[in-house]
Design a protein around this ligand. Structure first.
Ligand SMILES: C[S@@+](CC[C@H](N)C(=O)[O-])C[C@H]1O[C@@H](n2cnc3c(N)ncnc32)[C@H](O)[C@@H]1O
Length: 469
């Protein structure tokens, strides 16, 4: 074995272990795994070899795959499966692709010959073999096909069973959970209803593995009270609430959202992870919630910028914090998102029903086209919900550091620091430029820093603040 081959296989072993241990199931792991596949696959890797690749299998079952080259490679292998004779060696790939496509909500390109074959499989559910069911599930969500229950009566085991569980059994469970969820408030305003409709159709974020969070007993030197009450304001599909429960082991959490489908996914995954005694989910419009000064900590990531008025939203959310309580906010940065403008302009000519076509139009643009370059680098681009969230949101505001200052002032909040300051490269660069501020709390300095490095808050402005007692 050459030194290079040994290094590649050592790297793959390390990544496989990381997936299987459940530790570090993060976006960074997904990026490393995609890169390891790129380095180790020859051009035109035969499909049998692809099907035997365990690292690929783990990746397909865990994250929406990216970047474009891997999506294309998988789209081609899916087409090959659709027109292949069934062979046992292909079954794990068919199952993993079915789970992947359900996870990314069938975002990949489909040509007319595929559509014709898939429609014919869907019209003959009664007669399908397990392999054909898995292949069909790579193109259509089984749970939405009429008569799909019949597949559960077959007593099939092995890879197809995992696909039936994922696409029919858990989807039914979620529908039952959604129907039984408590509603703490009505959803009355037109603006909340429009946002709700988007997330009912496309719950966000799409995830299967929560990743692990390290336990914290302090935030910026503040000791966290035992039995702390946490509000997750706009919890989406629950990953944030689950990570928070892992991070703060003594805490109790109320997690609310407008979208019942998101909450149902969150609740099912929370049970699966054994955290249901620590997190209560409920539907609520944060604009209507009455829970003044009840929480020791409020976390709201990626939510307030979708309100009709984010400042009014901040007032509603902040008044639920106890004096001395801690707030974690995540808000879009206008500077960091300016580069999405061309893609958003293109997206205006598409609808929520044509996200797949929009994605293809973007992928097919020249590599350097500003409407392509800006979005294919984002993980959100690789699922239907993520793509809608990224470039075709029904209501979105973008903020600046002076806006953050206004929010802090209006709500009696002391700024404790950006989460980005915990990243070594950012901290070093910031402190080198602003040695007068070694703790990273000077918002004027941050404004100057961001002007020079507009990508700093690419995910969002994410920061902790404290409600003054
Ligand atoms: C981008 S997602 C973020 C989800 C989650 N915080 C996370 O980071 O994973 C935004 C969520 O905010 C919820 N949301 C928006 N406006 C809301 C409101 N007025 N009341 C409650 N939830 C709201 C949406 O339904 C959606 O699930």
């Amino acid at each position: 074995m050459s030194v290079e081959t040994a290094a590649v296989s050592g790297e793959r072993e390390r990544l496989l272990k990381a997936f299987r241990s459940g530790r570090g199931a993060t976006d960074a792991l997904a990026a490393e795994a995609s890169e390891a596949l790129r380095r180790s696959w020859p051009d035109n890797m035969p499909i049998d070899e692809v099907a035997r690749d365990e690292l690929l299998g783990e990746l397909l079952r865990s994250f929406s795959v990216f970047p474009v080259w891997l999506e294309r490679a998988m789209t081609h292998r899916r087409l090959a499966l659709l027109f292949s004779n069934p062979r046992p060696v292909l079954e794990p790939l068919a199952a993993a692709l079915a789970i992947q496509c359900h996870l990314n909500e069938y975002a990949w390109n489909e040509d007319p010959a595929e559509t014709e074959r898939v429609d014919s499989l869907a019209a003959n559910l009664e007669t399908l073999t397990p392999f054909e069911v898995m292949v069909l599930a790579c193109y259509r969500p089984l749970g939405r096909l009429e008569g799909a229950e019949v597949l559960l009566t077959r007593g099939w085991d092995g890879p197809v069973r995992q696909v039936l569980d994922e696409q029919i059994v858990t989807v039914r469970e979620e529908a039952a959970i959604a129907a039984a969820l408590p509603a703490l408030t009505p959803v009355r305003s037109e603006s909340s209803q429009a946002v709700q409709a988007q997330y009912e159709a496309n719950p966000y974020p799409r995830w299967r593995r929560p990743g692990l969070a390290s336990v914290r007993t302090h935030i910026h030197g503040r000791t966290l009270p035992p039995g702390m009450m946490v509000l997750i304001a706009g919890c989406g599909t629950g990953r944030q609430a689950i990570q928070s429960a892992m991070m703060f082991p003594g805490s109790h959490t109320l997690a609310v959202d407008l979208s019942r489908t998101s909450l149902a996914y969150a609740s099912r995954k929370t049970r699966e992870l054994g955290l249901n005694h620590r997190i209560v989910y409920a539907q609520a419009d944060l604009m209507e919630m009455q829970a003044d000064a009840q929480f020791d900590m409020v976390q709201s990531a990626g939510v307030l910028h979708h309100f009709a008025d984010p400042f009014e939203g901040a007032r509603r959310v902040c008044r639920m914090l106890k004096p001395g309580g801690l707030l974690a906010l995540g808000l879009y940065s206008a500077r960091a998102r300016a580069h999405l403008g061309p893609a958003k302009a293109l997206a205006k000519t598409y609808t929520p029903q044509t996200v797949r076509a929009l994605r293809q139009a973007i992928i097919n643009l020249p590599e350097n086209d500003p409407a392509r370059r800006s979005v294919v680098a984002s993980r959100d681009f690789y699922s239907t919900s993520g793509c809608r969230d990224l470039i075709m949101h029904v209501q979105e505001h973008q903020l600046t550091i002076p806006d953050l200052r206004r929010m802090l002032d209006e709500n009696d909040l002391t700024f404790l620091g950006f989460i980005q300051f915990e990243f070594e490269d950012i901290r070093k660069a910031y402190v080198a430029k602003f040695p007068h501020d070694p703790t990273g709390r000077d918002l004027d300095a941050w404004e100057a820093y961001e002007a020079e490095r507009p990508g700093t808050f690419g995910r969002m402005y994410q920061f902790w603040a404290e409600k003054r007692a």
